[in-house]
Design a protein around this ligand. Sequence first.
Ligand code: OAD
Length: 249
Amino acid sequence: MTSRDIDTLTSWLDDARAAVFFGGAGVSTASGIPDFRSAAGLYASQGPGGRAPEYLLSHDCLMDQPAEFFAFHRANLVHPDAQPNPAHTGLAELEARGRLVAVVTQNIDGLHQKAGSRVVHELHGSVERNHCLGRGRHRFTLAQIPEEPVVPSCPQCGAMIRPDVVLYGEALDEGVVAASVAAVQHADVLLVGGTSLNVYPAAGLLHYYRGGRLAVVNLSETPMDHQADLVIHAPIDEVLAQVCRRLFG
Ligand code: OAD
């Protein structure tokens, strides 16, 4: 990461009227939440019983083997003690000071909201929200779900409670996709950070961007690097901390 790269990104965000951030698991690694596809990521090892993590995070697993699903989900995707890092707080500050209009995230950890971001489009849902599968579709926060029994059930109707996260084999929420597409389409600066851009349809949303200021900040190479106007291979938390220091002191 060169000082010139930071200068460029800083001046783009300073001029921006509708900047959008599009991010993934790399945004939360500095908060102690592992990503999926790095060497230390969740997909680097097999799940319990030799099952693929992708299966343990699937709709089929939730329905056929709910105890296995919830054990894996709680152990690996629920991080109630994680705190926002400078990537989350930097984005919240950029929004508060009128430099950023939306965060589009594939993360389900709720850390953008915890940092103070207001417009957050959660493409893959959130572990913070849960609902039962009964007719009443009763809603629960994460804190309202007891740790036992392993498969939570609704105190009102007895049906299983599931997290509002998009599992393998499930479709993205149409309203969230539409809002994300609109944000990306109208963005003047699109900052992409902490995502391998391997997962569709989420990664496909970047193709709606029509501006000329696409920045990719990621530790490793991404498939969008060759189309980006600025590529920085460095931690997104450090980059955003530096940008905010230059912009706001
Ligand atoms: P990945 O694990 O695929 O990619 C995370 C990327 O972040 C990697 O390319 C890392 O090099 C990079 N990275 C890690 N720490 C970083 C840091 N501090 N700064 C910058 N870059 C960093 O995660 P996602 O792209 O988010 O979906 O994965 C997308 C989806 O795949 C997830 O939402 C999840 C998963 O299957 C579902 O569960 C539906």
